[in-house]
Design a protein around this ligand. Structure first.
Ligand code: IMP
Length: 439
């Protein structure tokens, strides 16, 4: 029995999907525990590219149970679009949804845009998927949960209250006309309720039963540590807890059940959305990496901001998540750059910081202090793939030095290294589920 959490250690888009998919292949249960349609997991399998928003990574395996946990905010329209894409591609995912998960309503999406505009310079550059307003309603106890959506009279009553309130807010505070009527929403969401009903079950209990039955459980994170509502760069992150603690609260099991916490680290930095990014590159090296790695958002298509690897962030992620292993991604993407840099510290008003300060205004003033490393050659897709057999020692020496430096500085061992697009393109040094190690 192993319970493993996979979380992003940076600003998202680290390649969690590929790491989660590696573990999903072995897991009996795969659980999404936070976020919603803002997440964009890309999995490339058999030459085909799947972009998931809600659906857990075990969806490509018919025998796995895929849980959408209570910590998730589910947007039914997109969820069913994802499902029909999967079924049209010949997959029959087994999905279980927590009755305690919250539902993203059309007025949440309208409010997301309106609130972002109002925030001006403090806008987070959200995905526009209604995530913040839905979590706001959850915290204010105004939300509509799955277990309420499927009770027609209760849903009607709650929708009536909320629709009136939100239309008024949108019109009178934000000057936005919201045209979907209460009846339209009721009819549409009642249909969704019927379609969701067969998937609803006590997911927390199911996870615990599986743990007791010696099964393997994967708790897959969405977004990343620096976007966490508490631990990220507030207010430029998302509206849920995205770090490892949330794997418990968002799935319904206790912290004593967790065995492994794997932090996914892209070997450089990328970010969509706004907010300070101390190691951001505005030069041709940044553009080279963006183009080589096709760094454009999965959920929104926006070009991602690119920067050098930011060690204070990774150290912080190790601390906040209690990381037991590192899964590096995109080693091949960073190849072909003559000199690569790692930010080892920030300099803030004459002080050297090894962890990010809490306030974004301070992060904005942080100057990255770099250590420069020799870059590694692009050995080509075939040779990169051969490294998955040859192991760590078969990597270019400069790449070994770079990765080992990060692991030593963060004091967390390397579990995996991604060297290509496909899920096969992974060097596995230590497998959290089998606990076998080649080092
Ligand atoms: P929201 O989650 O849509 O409210 O967006 C809040 C911030 O988190 C924005 O900066 C988004 O770009 C960012 N964000 C949300 N989800 C993801 C993700 O899955 N990957 C990367 N960034 C994300």
């Amino acid at each position: 029995m192993t319970v493993a959490i996979v979380v992003g250690a940076q600003w998202g888009d680290e390649g969690k999907g590929k790491v989660a998919d590696f573990y999903a292949e072995q897991a009996d249960i795969v659980v999404r525990f936070c976020g919603g349609a803002n997440a964009g997991h890309t999995i490339v399998s058999g030459g085909r590219r799947f972009a998931f928003n809600h659906v857990p990574s075990g969806a490509l395996y018919p025998e796995k149970i895929n849980i959408i946990g209570n910590g998730v905010v589910l947007e039914p329209k997109r969820f069913f679009e994802e499902l029909s894409y999967l079924t049209s591609a010949g997959y029959k995912p087994n999905i279980v949804i927590s009755p305690r998960a919250h539902v993203v309503m059309p007025y949440h999406i309208a409010l997301d845009g309106a609130e972002e505009e109002k925030k001006g310079a403090l806008a987070a550059g959200t995905t526009g998927r209604g995530i913040g307003p839905c979590y706001s309603d959850k915290a204010a106890r105004f939300g509509i949960r799955i277990d309420e959506l499927i009770q027609p009279a209760l849903f009607k009553e709650k929708l009536h209250t909320m629709h009136e309130l939100k239309v008024k807010m949108l019109r009178e505070i934000y000057g936005v006309e919201f045209n979907q009527t209460e009846e339209e929403i009721y009819n549409q969401y009642s249909e969704y309720a019927k379609m969701l009903t067969p998937m609803i079950a006590d997911s927390g209990g199911m996870i615990l039963d599986s743990i007791r039955a010696d099964k393997k459980v994967l708790l897959e994170g969405a977004q990343a540590t620096m976007l966490d509502i508490d631990h990220g760069v507030y207010p430029f992150g998302t509206s849920s807890n995205t770090s490892a603690g949330s794997a418990c609260t968002g799935s319904g099991i206790g912290p004593t059940e967790i065995d492994e916490v794997i932090g996914v680290v892209k070997v450089y930095t990328s970010r969509v959305g706004t907010g300070p990014l101390p190691t951001e590159l505005h030069d041709e090296t940044g553009q080279f990496i963006r183009d080589k790695g096709w760094e454009y958002g999965t959920a929104t298509g926006r070009p991602r901001r690119i920067g050098w690897l930011d060690l204070p962030t990774i150290k912080y992620a190790a601390q906040v998540n209690g990381l037991t292993g590192l899964a590096f991604t995109r080693l091949d993407t960073l190849s072909g750059v003559a000199k690569v840099k790692i930010c080892t510290h920030y300099e803030l008003s004459g002080r050297m910081l090894s962890l990010p300060p809490s306030s974004y205004t301070e992060i904005e003033r942080c100057k990255p202090v770099y250590q420069t490393f020799d870059g590694w050659e692009d050995i080509g897709a075939e040779k990169w793939r051969a490294c998955t057999k040859g192991g760590f020692e078969s990597l270019p020496n400069e790449a070994q030095t770079y990765l080992q430096f990060v692991s030593d500085e963060v004091n967390v061992p390397i579990y995996m290294i991604g060297v290509g697009r496909d899920r096969e393109d992974m060097i596995v040094l230590r497998d959290a589920f089998s606990k076998k190690s080649d080092r």
